[in-house]
Design a protein. Structure first.
Length: 259
């Protein structure tokens, strides 16, 4: 047995193949599940090196090409990373950032429209705000404060200039960051994943509406921020619900501006 096998023991076949035979269609996706199971069962953490591709192929009993495809999928999702000349390593998986890659896919091919996105955000994000007000860390509050301050500064410029320019795009990025920070601080990984994907998918769409609107959203974000700082969960929940409902109504009133 090789040294790598001593460090990375082969898993029982019944564990690897519990998802079904790898000879079936979508082999790369099946190998992804086997790889994830392997990383977990071998207790590999962020920074740990995976066996070589040849050794992994032997351990999982799969072809090199299919294994490489599966590794590339996991790399896109942020679970592993290829280091030139060194091999594959396990990365720290953060679903609120790693799954952002799915947002343009959902927007273009998911079959939903901006109103479905907002309807779903209305279901999820008030609860995110509620939980964030309960669980947010001091570091999270600091990040939220910086995002809020940047939104205010950019918002003042935009209201003075009253035009769609790079300031509005930057404002949108801090708006998005505000929501992502709340999701990261809500102490619920599933809600954080869903909230981040929905928020980023919405942002892909919203900049198609060439209409500058800052003053009211700023007030709404300030209300959310103030409630979170007071750790007032109910107020944060209601402020977020009002914010998403107001945005949904805006899009309904100006759907003709969507391209």
């Amino acid at each position: 047995m090789s040294a790598a096998r001593d460090v990375y023991p082969s898993l029982p076949k019944k564990d690897i193949y519990s998802i079904g035979p790898l000879s079936q269609p979508k082999m790369a996706e099946r190998i992804v599940a086997a790889l994830v199971d392997y990383i977990s069962s071998a207790n590999l953490e962020s920074g740990h090196k995976l066996p070589s591709e040849k050794e992994l192929s032997e351990i999982l009993q799969v072809g090199n090409r299919s294994l490489r495809e599966a590794l590339m999928i996991l790399q896109a999702l942020g679970l592993v990373q290829s280091r030139h000349g060194a091999g594959w390593f396990v990365e720290e998986f953060d679903p609120t950032s790693s799954l952002r890659i799915l947002s343009p896919v959902f927007e273009k091919f998911g079959g939903g429209d901006v109103f479905q996105i907002l309807d779903t955000r209305l279901t999820i994000e008030p609860q995110v705000a509620y939980l964030a007000a309960e669980h947010i860390s001091e570091g999270g509050l600091d990040k939220l404060s910086r995002a809020m301050n940047q939104m205010k500064e950019l918002g003042e410029r935009i209201m003075r200039e009253k035009q769609y320019n790079e300031n509005y795009m930057a404002y949108g990025r801090y708006d998005q960051a505000f929501h992502v920070i709340l999701s990261q601080e809500c102490a619920n990984t599933i809600l954080a994943m869903l909230s981040t994907i929905l928020s980023e998918t919405f942002d892909v769409v919203r900049f198609r509406m060439f209409m500058v609107r800052v003053e009211e959203p700023l007030k709404q974000h300030q209300a959310i921020y103030d409630a979170v700082c007071r750790r007032d969960s109910r107020a944060a929940e209601e402020a977020m619900r009002f914010h998403i409902e107001d945005t949904r109504q805006l899009f309904r009133n100006h759907r003709h501006l969507l391209q």
